[in-house]
Each structure stands twice: as C-alpha cells, then as structure tokens.
Design a protein around this ligand. Structure first.
Ligand SMILES: Nc1ncnc2c1ncn2[C@@H]1O[C@H](COP(=O)(O)OP(=O)(O)OP(=O)(O)O)[C@@H](O)[C@H]1O
Ligand SMILES: CC(C)(CO)[C@@H](O)C(=O)NCCC(=O)O
Ligand SMILES: [K+]
Length: 244
C-alpha cells in the first residue's frame, strides 16, 4: 500500500510518501499549490492531510487531489486519541499540527512531554504523564519576528543572517537576528520552567519545525537531551486517522 501524507503549513507544504510502511520519498513545496503536482502520486491509495491554513488555500489542495482522482482524509483535533486528552474546551480550535505532534510525541515517549514546533509560529505544548494536554503557547516564529520588525519600524533595516548566535549584537543586523533567536530560546526556556511546575521534572522534550534544529542547537546544555523529530506532525497522522 502506498500513502502520501501532507502537512499544509502557513509557509510550506511538507510531504512524504510511504510504501508498505517504509518512508520512500519526502519533500517541501513552497508557494503555489500547483507544486504538489510533481509528487509521486502514481499507485497512491490514500492521502492523509494535516492542514492549518483553512480557506481558499486548503480548497486549492483538496481540489487538486480531487482533480487527480485521489481519496484523501483530513485530520482534525479531537477530545482524545492514543491516550492524549485535549485541554481546549472547544477541542476543534486547537491547531491540528499541535494536536498531531502531541499524539506522535506521547506515543513515542509514553511519558510526560513538552512539544515544540518552530515553524511560522512557535508553539509549545505540555502533556502530562497521563496524556492530559495541560495547555500551551503560540508565539511569532523566527521569520514572523523579522517581518513584524521591518513592517512596524522606520529604521530597523537589516540584511540576511551571517551567523546564528545568542550574543548581544554590535550592528542592526546582529541585534535583529540574535534578538530573534534569544527571543525564541528564552521563550522555550521560560515555557519549560512553567511546565515543570505543572508536570514535574521528568519529561521528554520533542522539537520539530523548519527552525527546530537551529533552536535545539542554540538552546545548548539542557537541550542535548531533546529529541529533534523532523516529521512529528506527519507522524501523528496515522494514529489520528486510523479507525478503531
Ligand atoms: N527549505 C527549508 N527547509 C527547512 N526550513 C526552512 C526552509 N525554508 C525556511 N525554513 C525555515 O522554516 C521556518 C518555517 O517553518 P516550517 O518549515 O515548519 O513551516 P511552515 O510551513 O510555516 O509550517 P507551519 O505553518 O506549520 O508552522 C521559517 O522560519 C524558516 O526559517
Ligand atoms: C498556531 C499555528 C498557526 C501553528 O502552526 C496552528 O496550530 C494554528 O493555526 N492553530 C489554531 C489556533 C490554536 O491552536 O489555538
Ligand atoms: K507546524
């Protein structure tokens, strides 16, 4: 059996192809949804989708799959799945990428976990040892921080990043880029601190997203034990969509 999984995010669509349980291809599509036409859809019997974009972009994705004659299933955030219990009163409002990443993390750890997704947004979610989601955080991610600074100021003008560091900057470029990272690293450290008062000190940290690896590296010391999982959101699709 051949399956394609899609993580439709606000910046890019991440995809992978699974054949008989093996991951055989993967990639990233930026910009127009038409880029999905290049995926290896031949022989695919099912498409699983995690989408946080909604609206017309989501319709473009499903219209393209319909056009290709492919059956698809769209994951949604539920009250409970694989032992994880959603903390939102309105469970469907929790971003499905956050939900799926928690399902995957809790399945892997079978213990308390903290799930960090460093994408367009930075999200941090807390799951206790019994699988109860104990809440989370949504912040602007690295690229959004830059966008907001350049749009909302007259003189914070900067180029691209030359090195990734947390040191105090000595130019606008360094101040902005290092500031962006210290904001993300600092937010994650503070969130973990808050989490410890809720779930205690025994937990596994999982990190994913386009900026996940950099954030893991910059967080230093304590972050050595974090588990970087490139496809945590996609990993949650199968448990979320498998019928009991
Ligand atoms: N080709 C790339 N590969 C990996 N990371 C990238 C790439 N291009 C940009 N990034 C980084 O990834 C971040 C976006 O995160 P991610 O790839 O998780 O995207 P996303 O599609 O926005 O997902 P989501 O909307 O679900 O957060 C950007 O801040 C950017 O720094
Ligand atoms: C926060 C993002 C954008 C992260 O991708 C996504 O999970 C989302 O659109 N969430 C909806 C709002 C919420 O999770 O409460
Ligand atoms: K994401």
């Amino acid at each position: 059996m051949r399956v394609v999984e899609l993580d439709v995010g606000n910046t890019a669509i991440k995809w992978r192809c699974i054949q008989n349980g093996q991951h055989v291809a993967k990639g990233r599509v930026e910009g127009a949804v038409d880029g999905l036409k290049a995926l290896p859809f031949a022989g695919v019997s099912a498409v699983r989708i995690a989408s946080v974009v909604g609206g017309s972009r989501e319709k473009e994705v499903t219209a393209l799959l319909d056009h290709l004659g492919l059956d698809y299933e769209m994951a949604t955030s539920q009250a409970e799945c694989v032992g994880v219990k959603n903390a939102y009163a309105d469970v469907g409002k929790l971003g499905v990428d956050r939900w799926l990443a928690m399902l995957a993390a809790y399945t892997k750890s079978q213990s308390a976990c903290i799930v960090i997704d460093a994408g367009t947004a930075l999200t941090i979610d807390i799951v206790d040892k019994d699988g109860c989601h104990r809440g989370g955080y949504i912040l602007a991610g690295a690229s959004l921080v830059l966008k907001v600074l350049s749009e909302a100021t007259g003189k914070v003008r900067f180029g691209s990043e030359s090195a990734k560091a947390l040191l105090p900057g000595l130019s606008t470029d360094e101040c902005v880029h290092n500031g962006k990272w210290i904001g993300l690293v600092g937010a994650v450290r503070a969130a973990i601190n808050e989490a410890e008062s809720i779930i205690g000190c025994h937990y596994q940290v999982f990190i994913t997203g386009g900026d996940g690896m950099v954030l893991n590296e910059l967080a230093g010391g304590a972050a050595n034990s974090w588990c970087y999982c490139e496809d945590l959101v996609l990993d949650g699709l199968e448990p979320a969509l498998s019928k009991a």
